[in-house]
Ligand binder design. Structure first.
Ligand code: SAM
Length: 305
């Protein structure tokens, strides 16, 4: 059952959308001095080599981070994300790509808390090892270790279940990233039920759900179901890099649904999404959508002719 390895997809267009949006959400929470908690229910390995192993097989990063790497005209919010990836690659060559736990660790402050879940026995080992290496690197440079004290807690287990016990967090401020593999259709049901339950336990939390946009019914229904969860508004953004190829191979489109989004996010997405479509779009089917509130569509963009 646990065959999904995120390494195959590291740095692709879906990761760009997910990690860019996650960084925006964390930045917003970091605007106040008060501590906040970041919970990643499906953490993956935390860090990926692009030039070896899984990621080099299909080179999916060529649909995402690669075309952004040398751009000099990045919108400022997107530049922050690309620079975070570049800091991981001090030689200037694109060799490593950060997963969501690493992105969060880089953005978050000493007083903030990371709570990371991962179910796959190999991925959890790599995730823990990656954070150990981060500590060693920080210590060698005379900086604080990232996992010092209770700042980072990594748990081997089911993130949907584990989340319940963490809400509301002691800080009463925080966000949850829910990013399952959707290999089994039960993931769609569990995502919706998890957000619904979490929003009752911690109504002021920010909830970000990544989802693939596929033909299957569950994929189409998920954002519609999430929109019905009571909260302080929602944003739903999608990025499509092109039409389906004749062999139907690969993922071309994905979305991020955010319940209780910061009010600043919509304006940032209005600026960045057309840019992403123009740089990552492969054909005239490339587009983005941006919706907020209940049903209203507030933006739509076209790709390359
Ligand atoms: N969030 C990561 C990132 O952006 O870098 C990628 C996560 S990947 C899409 C999904 C991960 O969830 C996989 O590593 C998989 O092993 C793990 N997983 C699958 N089911 C899980 C569950 N019920 N609880 C926790 N982790 C799970």
């Amino acid at each position: 059952m646990l065959s999904y390895r995120h390494g195959f997809h590291a740095g692709n267009h879906a990761d760009v959308l997910k990690h860019f949006v996650t960084i925006q959400l964390l930045n917003y929470l970091g605007q106040k001095d008060a501590a906040y908690t970041y919970i990643d229910t499906h953490s993956g390995a935390g860090l990926y080599a692009l030039d070896a192993g899984y990621a080099s097989k299909n080179a999916e990063y060529e649909t995402g981070i690669a075309p952004l790497w040398d751009r000099k005209d990045l919108p400022p919010a997107l530049a922050e994300y690309v620079n975070l990836v570049k800091e991981l690659n001090p030689s200037g060559k694109m060799r490593y790509y950060p997963g969501s736990p690493y992105c969060a660790d880089k953005i978050m402050r000493e007083q903030d808390r990371l709570r990371l879940f991962e179910l796959h026995p190999s991925e959890i080992k790599i995730l823990s090892e990656n954070f150990r290496k981060l500590d060693a690197h920080a210590a060698a440079q005379g900086h604080r270790p990232t996992t010092r004290g209770k700042r980072v807690i990594i748990t081997a287990g089911d993130g949907f279940e584990g989340l319940k016990a963490l809400l509301p967090p002691p800080s009463r401020r925080g966000m949850v990233l829910i990013d399952p593999p959707y290999e089994v259709k039960d993931d769609y049901r569990r995502v919706k039920e998890t957000v619904q339950d979490a929003a009752l336990r911690f109504p002021t939390g920010v909830y970000a759900v990544w989802y693939p946009i596929l033909q299957r019914m569950e994929s189409k229904q998920l954002p519609e179901r999430l929109k019905r969860i009571p909260g302080n508004g929602w944003l739903n953004v999608s990025l499509t890099i092109g039409g389906v190829t004749p062999d139907g191979f690969g993922l071309h489109s994905s979305g991020m649904f955010i319940l209780n989004p910061p009010w600043t996010l919509e304006a940032t997405l209005r600026e960045v999404m057309p840019y992403l479509v123009s740089v990552l779009g492969k054909d005239a089917a490339a587009t983005f959508t941006l919706e907020s509130g209940e049903t209203q569509v507030i933006g739509k963009g076209r790709g390359k002719p």
